[in-house]
Design a protein around this ligand. Sequence first.
Ligand code: F6R
Length: 603
Amino acid sequence: MCGIVGAVSGSEVAPVLVDALKRLEYRGYDSAGLATYAGSLSVSKGVGRMETLDEALGLSGMEGRAGVGHTRWATHGKPSEGNAHPHTDCDGDLAVVHNGIVENYAELREGLEERGHVFSSYTDTEVVPHLLEERLDGSLEHALRETVSELEGSFAICAVGEDGLVAARNGSPLVIGLSDDANFVASDVPAILPYTRRVKYLLDGEMAVIKRDSVEVRDFDGEPVEREEEVVEWDAEEAERGGYEHYMLKEIHEQPRALAECMGGRLDELMGEVDPGVALDRDGMEVLEGVEFVGCGTSYHAALYGARLTGEFTGLPVNARHASEYRYGPVSGKNILTVGITQSGETADTLRAIERAGDEGHAVLVLTNVVGSTATRMTDDVVYLRSGPEIGVAASKTFTNQLACVAMLAIALGRESGDLPRSEAKHLIAELRDMPSKVQRVLDEVEDVESVAESYVDSEAFFFIGRGVDYPVAMEGALKMKEISYVHSEGYPAGELKHGPLALITRRTPVVAVLTSSPLYEKTLSSAKEVEARDGPVIAVASESDEDTGRFCEEVLRVPDADHRLSPLLSTVVMQLFAYHVARELGRPIDRPRNLAKSVTVE
Ligand code: F6R
């Protein structure tokens, strides 16, 4: 996700803005820019890292005691100078930086263009300065209030112009920093920490008018809000992790927001349609003979899940393949859609698999988190995960967004193929919409997971079991556990346990069973009972309303009730937290596990 800074000071702000942006580098970005106001607006932006940008941004011409800055991590439009923030209005009088996604930007842009506004980027953000320009009649605050009422989606917006600095928040964080000779706004505390520790947090639906000697907070209706000032106690390193002990934990907790961004603008509940991010060609669908999902590690688990849902919603033959095997193994048919899943877009095995699929004449679709990565240059059809940068080596928020993306793709394919009735699609879309808040509820119950993890930290090994759509969750649970805790872990389809692994079950080999409500619940419960009968402890992940599981399993961790085909998005979060807390108890270097790298660029 992108970074925002803004300042109004008694002296020049450009050096402060550049310094504050550098403090957001840890979040990752592909371009940056700033704007200052001193009678007229100066804007400077560029692509690349701050150290190379420093010169390009050329502070010499940037005068002004009020300004905004931004580090961009591309979601709409490739990394380029034109797409970098700040964006300006037609007259170049005001500049805007924005985090989040304006879901209705296409429709807003169309209207603005009809009214004569000229756009210079491919971003959703650029509608904001143009909307402000139309509504500006002396008060930037008033114009921003009117503008936010037209925006759908999540945003943190900061605008600077003749009238000073204003900011608004809805779904994307903003913090105000207060000091005697300057006031600040930022998306993240680390940006302003060298300048002040006195902060006020904006909440969703609130705006701030930031002047050198005052800050006024109001709601979107213009009513004043009394907000207590707080003092940040974190050091700079803690602040980068948002106060969490590890990046992985921070990223696990970012999942509700990341999921909301992933699905933003892609779901049409009313019509029961999903826009998966690429055009599905109806003629192509008619001749489509099958769908193959390929990926490695965590992304392979998303592939397994995608294959399962797509098979169910389309009736087409589907497959999930390890990318490393796909390259050398037999490849089926010609009229195949191959979906390559890779959060980094740089995994050598997956790139080679995508290449092979293309050579075989398949239609190729890539699901990735990184705009401009190698995978995105191998096909025209790319769906972005919109997870924001993931710093912990073990994938967390990119996995849940992969699950959401393949679920949306499966629904879209089901609708196009005519196999998924509209009413069913509407139901699934409504369930998807509820996922960010349900994931938040899972995160709110974290203490339960932590205490169960503490009880089993001395285990010899863990087994993870699930059936159907819960099998990929079990596989991912085991992978997370082995990666970050170094405790031996295996994921199995629940029915396979009795075909061998049961021989290993003892009191010291707990079995984590995905037992959320599903048509296969009783079957998985039988597997759990087999384990308990052999003295193995079962840690069940069960639905809130389920009263049975607790009678048979030693521990039960709860997730909100959900359609069983989508509840993997919830169970997965429990698995991540469980692995995290076991690893933490064992004192492992969670963000940098031994022998592993964030992207694996060798075969
Ligand atoms: C697990 C993990 C790895 C990656 C795998 C593929 O936490 O991060 O298993 O999933 O190396 O990486 P991408 O998705 O970048 O292709």
